[in-house]
Design a protein around this ligand. Structure first.
Ligand code: GUN
Length: 618
């Protein structure tokens, strides 16, 4: 029996991608990460090397151990960790893959799981049914039901142990959805996406995009998502972008056996290369000629070392990308390295509407604009929602708008004397002018093909009929807090203080109270408590609210963060990093703060901070 039921804790995020952490009886695993596959019969790399490379977790096969009397004896008497010689997290697979490759396996589901628990595996796996991409819908559907049934057969063992419940469903989107929901509903603490090895081997990345998105969006986010067999550095960034936390892979060994070397964007054959890359751990020890001449076994383990290094290096890059919020961009640029990746990237764009709610209100890095594909990204889709439905609008020529300084002359003599809507033309995407200071409009680094927009020309009146700053604030409020909040929050008599140095909005005061500020880092509105009260008074239902328990409300009213576990109700449209209203069970406002995750996720996590408080009642 294991003490720790693992649970994801999120440290950084970008959309569905996350840097997280979970703990088993053998320590922490930082995600995204890989579990190198260890064959208990064969040691390709020493544990010392594996550890030096940064291995925190490995996966091995309980079926192989059980079939070998010697291995079984040691595992049962001294434990799996002793057998493998590894004191980190060890996950065990069940023999499902063997049954897929070799036909039936000789054990039953329940005794397979019991055996894994007896040898003290940190994460055990049921004997799920591997559906291949060739299976009919009917057959795959049966496999989904049977896999779920098998989990329920051992549900009594799951309550206190980490047992993984694979998501199956072959290539059928509806079955992946069904399986993800079924398996998330069990007591499993870990959710691998199964049945994908043939697709990975055939570079069918577009289909993998469908599978991962449908599985992820219907799963419980507090459980790590693992991609069974997905260990080629080429595809890992994309998988992480879509919400995969863990990988396992024998590829470092399999490729080494064929004299092939992994690179971040592909594979090369030893016979074809003249020099090893600078990052290779072999570079200062061997020339390619020496490697080619090395004795078979030595060459095999050296290439495996290189390959595993390539995987860890890519994971480190991916994690860094999430920390700086540039994973989307990284995946976009990497997609041009192979047509299969490019078509997969295009496939992701088809899901932008589904991904958009998970993307943050702003991020640290600018948005690099590459035209059409950026417009189709989740940020583009978000902006598209703000596009005009009317025909009475004007687009700006590039002379009037540069990110993001609008000419003063234009504001004074055109905008403020005209009634229509003005848009910045981003290669066909019409971006409301009022967004000029907000993310990602101000922060965009555009692809600068000078192109006039063929705009209608407005005919300004002689007098000022509106105020740009006020229009801007109202627009942003509508976007951040819901339609029609802007006019009611920022009434005609509110005072807008602007910075003398930059001309930018600083604070907004109404009836002597500061109700909001314009945040310098993202150009959005930050509510004060007084501003929160006004919004709270005008909206009904749960709109933009996070409701907490009575006890939590007391703490939150003093400025302490809201923890996930005390949330009782929330608006599922909340945008990550947007300001939200924190209310007690009687819907009394106790604080305003920033939601760390989207409304889609607020109900899923149990560990950690959900809302960090900016202003509070007391
Ligand atoms: N290894 C690779 N794919 C699978 C799968 O679908 N299920 C299990 N249990 N192991 C795998």
């Amino acid at each position: 029996m294991s003490g720790n039921r693992l649970e994801m804790q999120i440290l950084h995020r970008e959309g569905l991608a996350r840097i997280g952490r979970f703990k088993t009886d053998h320590g922490f695993v930082d995600t995204p990460n890989i579990m190198p596959v260890i064959n208990p019969n064969i040691r390709t790399l020493s544990m010392d090397i594996m550890k030096k490379l940064g291995t925190q977790a490995i996966i091995t096969n309980s079926y192989i151990i059980r079939r070998n009397e010697d291995l079984k004896e040691i595992a049962l008497s001294k434990g799996l960790h002793h057998l493998i010689g590894f004191d980190g997290t060890i996950m065990t697979d069940s023999g499902t893959f063997q049954s897929y490759v070799y036909g039936d396996v000789e054990y039953e589901n329940r005794d397979t799981v019991e055996f894994q628990l007896k040898i003290k595996s940190d994460i055990s796996t049921i004997l799920d049914i591997f559906s291949t991409p060739m299976d009919s819908w009917e057959k795959a559907n049966q496999a989904v039901d049977e896999t779920h049934k098998r989990f329920m057969e051992i549900a009594d063992l799951a309550g206190k142990n980490n047992i993984s419940g694979p998501i199956q469903g072959s290539v059928y989107d509806d079955l992946r959805v069904k399986s993800a929901k079924l398996m998330s509903g069990t007591d499993s603490t870990y959710l691998p996406i199964g049945g994908v090895v043939p697709l990975l081997e055939q570079y069918r990345y577009s289909k993998l995009v469908d599978i991962i998105i449908n599985s992820k969006l219907n799963s419980d986010f507090s459980k790590p998502i693992h991609l069974f067999g997905g260990g080629h550095p080429m595809f890992m960034g994309m998988a992480v972008l879509l919400g995969v936390d863990m990988f396992d892979s024998a590829s470092y060994v399999k490729y080494a056996r064929d004299d092939r070397l992994l690179y971040p964007d592909g594979t090369r054959n030893l016979k074809d290369i003249t020099e090893l890359p600078y990052w290779s751990p072999l570079r200062d020890r061997f020339s390619t000629q020496e490697l080619r001449k090395a004795e078979e076994n030595e060459k095999f383990s050296l290439l495996a070392e290189h390959n595993l290094f390539a995987i860890f290096q890519e994971l480190s890059e991916i994690r860094e990308r999430i920390r700086e919020n540039t994973l989307w961009q990284y995946v976009e640029s990497k997609s041009k390295s192979h047509p299969s990746l490019y078509s997969a990237f295009r496939r992701i764009l088809r899901y932008s509407e589904n991904l958009e709610p998970y993307f943050e209100l702003y991020r640290k890095s600018p948005l690099f604009h590459f035209g059409e594909e950026t417009n189709q990204s989740p940020y583009g889709v978000r902006l598209k929602k703000l596009q005009p439905s009317d025909t009475d609008y004007y687009t700006l020529s590039s002379g009037d708008w540069k990110p993001a300084r609008l000419s003063k002359d234009f504001v004074k003599n055109v905008y403020e004397k005209t009634e229509g809507h003005f848009y910045i033309n981003w290669f066909g995407l019409k971006v409301p002018l009022e967004m000029e200071e907000a993310y990602p409009v101000e922060q965009v680094i555009p692809w600068n093909e000078e192109k006039e927009s063929g705009s209608k020309k407005p005919i300004p009146k002689d007098i000022k009929i509106r105020d740009f700053n006020l229009e801007k604030l109202r627009f942003l409020a509508d976007f951040q807090f819901g339609e029609n909040t802007g006019k009611k929050l920022f009434t005609d008599n509110c005072e807008i203080a602007v910075s003398r140095a930059t001309g930018r909005i600083r604070t907004i005061t109404r009836e002597g109270k500061i109700i909001a500020t314009m945040r310098a880092h993202d150009g959005f509105i930050g509510l004060t408590f007084a501003g929160g009260l006004i919004i709270h008074g005008m909206s009904e239902g749960i709109k933009n609210r996070v409701m907490v328990t009575e006890e939590s409300a007391t703490y939150n009213s003093q400025g302490k963060s809201v923890f996930f576990k005390f949330i009782t109700n929330f608006d599922d449209r909340i945008i990550p990093l947007n300001d939200v209203l924190v209310v007690d069970p009687n819907d009394r406002l106790v604080a305003v703060g920033r939601s760390m995750v989207s409304g889609k996720e607020l109900g899923m996590y149990r560990e950690g901070t959900a809302v960090s408080i900016n202003h509070h009642l007391e």
